[in-house]
Ligand binder design. Sequence first.
Ligand SMILES: [Zn+2]
Length: 564
Amino acid sequence: MTMKKTLALTLLLFNATIQAQSKIPADFFKNPLAVDLVLSGTFGELRSNHFHSGMDIKTQQREGLQVLAAGDGYVSRINIQHYGYGKALYIQHPNGYTTVYGHLQKFSPAIEAYIKKQQYAKETYEIELFPKADELKVSASELVAMSGNTGGSGGPHLHFEIRDGQQRPMNPNLFGIEIKDTQAPTVNSLWVYPLGENAHVNGSGERQRVKLTPLKDGSFKAESINACGEIAFGVNTTDKLDGAPNNNGIYQIDTNLNGDNIFQLNFDRFSFSETRHLNQLIDYEYFSNNKSRITRLYVQPNNPLSVYKNVVDQGTINIQDSLTYLYNITILDFAGNERVIRVPIKGQQPTNTITKKTKETDYLVKANEAFSVEENGIDVYIPKGSLYEDTFLDISFTGDTIHFHEDNIPIHSNITIGFDVSEYSEESKEKMFIARLGYRGRPSYSTTYKKENRFTTGVRTFGDYTLASDVKPPSISPVNFKDGQWISSNENIKVRITDDLTGIKSYRATVNGKFILMEYEYKNNTLTHDFSDAILTETENKLKLIVIDNVGNSNTYEATFFRK
Ligand SMILES: [Zn+2]
């Protein structure tokens, strides 16, 4: 073979590889449930501090639906947590993609046995396992689990995710998984932001809502805006699919100015490392006050999100005096249904002076510099990059409490707050913790690190923090049995555990001195031991359960039950 031919062949092979990598298989993944797909959540949907990384599939308001492997492969990871995805299964497929199944009730018998063995060996319910490729092979549409409601789930459903070779979540719809959707996205409100120093909209320097008139063709016409300087827009929009009333996320937003595209937001794929930047995509202050999310149709400084495409001038518009503009917003769902908003803008010099509400304080924190302050034995350390913008923070100290701004600007990475506790006795220090004061001053536990006379905590939410004390141990009460009772017909034993202030840190149950697995469900404060674990062989069973809260208060519950 000549050199030239070899090179040509190599290039050909190289191109084929590239194509194989970039081409998304449209018929590899199957429905992971045996029922029709109806969604209560879509990919990219705006959630608390993150974008939704998969689709939430409805399970007929109940648990226990069969969950099927979406394709051939092997179980590569099992993660069982009290919170998050609860019981979650990861399948690695030969084409390089991983599918994830979350909030499961339980696993298929073979997988369940594999997990239980490890849970008993490590004496823990929460566990993370990485089975080898030859341990738990699965075929497409094979039963792998039962759907449930474990972890941070607001009702029974299956969280289904597809990740690429770099573990970046991708929109499952791209893989040919079709969901019926004949309705265009809903526009709830449109907003305009005067951004530049002297920019104004209708004479004001503040964010304003723009009135919309629905037209016969389904599009919206906005009221004409008078403006000058740099401005940008934001929209509150959701999408309904057929067969469910849920307000889900949209797929894409495009904007153009006088016919030229200036901005696109698209949910094909993102990475977990960027997901918290959602707080820059939304108007965080508005969200904080109204619990409703405005999507900014422009990109603020220090925002590295990869969901933006083809952005010109950050998506903002520079309005010149006496010129006219037409700004169009097109909102799409994955099925291609679109909603258009047309906004006429007139350039007009302001007739009044434009004022912006920036409250200056003693504490100007630069986004790209570290910052620290100390008073009353309370110290704060803000690492570089914790804030997205240079911001005047409102900080004050009263006794053991720090008022650390208000929760109306986002924090990206942990800020450390430290308390000097040398004034307190050893005994009281043991029961003390750092609390965030919530609604009506209710303290909630902030993970507290204790080192002699210094307590520290990492925070990612502004608010009031203080020293608090928890002297009450967790409470424990049996749910489906009594001390001394015969319970041969029970399938399980359930115990209710609660803690008033700092929360449950750990629990451990034994019967006749031997560890038994109890599954903790924080949503109903219940620990459950399933007799099908076949660990109990005696007639007389002495149960001992120790529950410890986050400052170390401990409670022990003992009871005897009989079964045969
Ligand atoms: Zn989900």
